[in-house]
Design a protein around this ligand. Structure first.
Ligand code: NAP
Ligand code: SF4
Length: 670
């Protein structure tokens, strides 16, 4: 039966034909994402539980993280590989539970090439990547030949392990891209030289894979639509490659945007939703097999729109399925307002993986911890009071209600969200509103007694069995002469709109919030075309890799961002997103001052001393982003046991990731 809201998204599709043809129950693909669980044999059951929960949540096809076809193709030392029968046998512990849950799963085969974080890495040439410290060795002609065969053997092993399909990773700048682009392939044997010869390697990988697994086993190929690096492929080359790959046996094209070393953000919050859909549509004009759209798609509405407009046949979402395992089931039940939406922050997923930690999710700390962080139904009918409705309090209240406790949530202000609410005002962080929508709806569904405008007292809490205090933080106002001057405002006053700063602004403190406030102050409205132009994204039909000269921004204000440290500004920001935030500061002509001592604030502006030289930064407004202090008067005054969580517990690490995790964990242990 056709679904009333998502008729295209929830329609089945058959990939391939013959006995191995794969019918998916819907068009939602959980895209590949390395979680860290792939790298240790002893984590295989945790990995299985992670996928099984997503299969139960209704997703059409799951694609695993990347598995190397050879040791030299590892992502890091001793990383995941699919190279022998033992590996295949072990993976039956993944494919079995997914199938029992009604799902389908594909193994991704990925050779890291010069992105391998180890001294054995190999590539088309010995050109080092800008994002790894190891120089790869250039493969010999024979080694390339062996590697193409190794890919095919991994594909065959995946089939043996019970996988329903494979994905060959041909995007994001990994080995296959390194063969395709003149940037990294300067070979003069049959695997390099002309554009046609640079295509030889991926085509051979697919041809040999098809030969080993027969005509019908679905082979997904993730193709790079836009390299976003100098010396990347042109559209003409990409289209030609797609046709060769199709002829060699590709069943479906998944799509990727940008190499990891690209200096254009492709998936973080500040990238407009659905930014890359038109490139997928372009590929669909070229090939006959189905095409899957990906990158910055995080709602069923957007996914449906892409399919309904004929731009793709499937939609891949990796992080959104981390954020909510039941994404598809909720869409199916017409409960999309209950989806815990991925806010594209990267803070707990990619930032963890790049720091060699297990991935999780800021808004869903159970992700990749399904067997460890369990919210068991309670056998005790207890009452729980949660004080404070910032991320920590919201996570605690909803988790407690989910366990079956009777929960009352006290919030002093008239709204939910605490400091997290302020983030929504930052340009490019509008998605954060979805987290509050999710929690608001969850409180309703779970029947939590929410008391807004209610400042809880010790007396109010006396009758509760359990008390969780999440009273949060308040902005720190540092002890600088003149801090009471009329020109001074806190970041909270500015982001909430209570204070509108003048044209020239100094920002004190260059942590995450100082950078966000600088972006807020300089931002002018931009549509998708402006965004592309500011980042220098052009037409790949006209330029290699689709890069063009970035168009300068016209900042709304003159901003000077000041810190006491002498380290580069913004160095503490997330590994996978900090560089993009720092780039926006540059594009917006924000003046950066490090190593400052604050002398005073007066009618002339902010007086500082830098390198022993006193100077005045002439501004109309000084915005203070100097961190936060915990608010814990209530907790300190309680003469009963209570749990203290979130910023009220540790303000120095005020952080929604930690707050939501702590709120969930405390309640899981009640
Ligand atoms: P923060 O990262 O701790 O930065 C506050 C800055 O204020 C410090 O780096 C410090 O720099 C300065 N400062 C501290 N005490 C001061 C004082 N007494 N006088 C003058 N300057 C002082 O805090 P935040 O920017 O408020 O961010 C809070 C949290 O939110 C962070 O931990 C982060 O996890 C999260 N966040 C992250 C992002 C992101 O990643 N994009 C964005 C927003 C928020 P100096 O000592 O060098 O002056
Ligand atoms: Fe999405 Fe952030 Fe969760 Fe990653 S950590 S899945 S980006 S919400």
């Amino acid at each position: 039966m056709t679904h009333p809201l998502y008729p295209h998204l929830l329609e089945p599709i058959t990939l391939g034909s013959g006995p191995d043809a794969l019918t998916l129950r819907n068009r939602v693909v959980m895209g590949s994402m390395h979680t860290g669980l792939e790298d240790h044999p002893w984590d295989i059951d945790k990995l299985a539980a992670f996928f099984e929960e997503r299969a139960r949540g209704g997703v059409g096809l799951i694609i695993t993280g990347g598995y190397a076809p050879t040791k030299r193709g590892w992502l890091k030392p001793f990383a995941s590989e699919m190279t022998n029968r033992l590996h295949a046998k072990r993976h039956e512990r993944v494919t079995g539970p997914v199938h029992e849950a009604g799902g389908a799963i594909a193994l991704q085969v990925l050779h890291a090439g010069r992105y391998g974080y180890h001294p054995l890495s190999q590539s088309a040439s010995d050109k080092k990547s800008p994002i790894t410290p190891f120089r790869p060795s250039a493969m010999s002609t024979k080694e390339v030949d062996h590697t193409a065969t190794a890919f095919a053997k991994s594909v065959a092993l995946a089939r043996k392990a019970g996988y329903d399909a494979v994905e060959i990773m041909g995007s994001e700048g990994y080995l296959i891209n390194q063969f395709l682009a003149s940037r990294t392939n300067d070979r003069d044997d049959q695997w390099g030289g002309s554009a046609a010869r640079r295509m030889h390697f991926p085509v051979e990988v697919v041809r040999r894979s098809r030969e080993l697994v027969g005509d019908d086993f679905p082979i997904v190929y993730r193709i790079s639509l836009l390299d976003l690096v100098e010396g990347g492929q042109t559209w003409e080359e990409t289209a030609e490659l797609a046709l060769h790959l199709q002829a060699a046996g590709v069943t479906v094209f998944n799509t990727g945007i940008g190499w990891h070393e690209a200096r254009v953000p492709t998936i973080i919050t500040q990238v407009p939703r659905g930014a890359w859909r038109s490139y997928t549509a372009r590929l669909k004009q070229v090939v006959d097999v189905p095409v899957c759209a990906s990158n910055r798609i995080n709602t069923p509405e957007l996914a449906e729109d892409i399919l309904a407009s004929g731009e793709a046949d499937l939609v891949s979402m990796a992080r959104p399925l981390l954020a909510d395992a039941a994404f598809v089931a909720k869409a199916m039940d017409e409960r999309a307002d209950e989806i815990n939406t991925c806010i594209a922050c990267n803070q707990a997923c990619l930032d963890h993986v790049f720091a060699n930690q297990r991935a999780s999710c800021l808004v869903n700390p159970r992700a990749c911890h399904e067997t460890e962080l369990v919210l068991m139904p309670t056998l005790r009918k207890q009452t729980v009071a949660v004080v404070g409705a910032g991320p920590a309090g919201l996570a605690a209240a909803t988790s407690a209600a989910e366990r079956g406790f009777e929960v009352t949530l006290f919030e002093k202000s008239a709204w939910l969200g605490g400091q997290f609410r302020l983030a929504m005002a930052v340009p490019g962080k509008e998605d954060f509103a979805d987290t509050l929508r999710y929690f608001t709806r969850r409180l309703e569904v779970l029947g939590v007694d929410v008391r807004l405008g209610a400042e809880a007292t010790a007396g109010d809490l006396a009758g509760f069995d359990q008390v969780v205090v999440a009273t949060g933080v308040e902005p720190r106002m540092p002890d600088i002469p003149g801090i009471d001057h009329a020109s001074v405002a806190s970041y909270a006053e500015v982001l909430s709109g209570a204070v509108v700063p003048g044209r020239r602004v100094a920002v004190i403190g260059a942590g995450g919030i100082g950078v966000d406030v600088s972006v807020f102050l300089t931002h002018t409205d931009e549509d998708l075309d402006d965004w592309m132009a500011h980042w220098g994204v052009g037409d790949p039909a006209l330029t290699e890799g689709g890069l063009t000269e970035p168009k300068p921004r016209t900042p709304a204000r003159e901003v000077t961002l000041v810190q006491r440290k002498t380290t580069p500004i913004g160095i503490s920001l997330g590994k996978t997103s900090g560089w993009a935030h720092r780039a926006v500061l540059k594009q917006s002509k924000v003046t950066q001052v490090s190593g400052a001592t604050y002398d005073r604030i007066d009618d002339d502006g902010l007086h500082v001393t830098v390198d022993g030289v006193a100077r005045v930064i002439e501004v109309d407004t000084v915005v203070v982003c100097a961190g936060q202090d915990s608010v814990r008067g209530l907790y300190d005054g309680l003469d009963r046991d209570a749990y203290l969580i979130g910023g009220a517990d540790i303000a120095a690490e005020l952080d929604a990731k930690r707050a939501i995790k702590q709120g969930t964990e405390v309640v899981a242990g009640l």
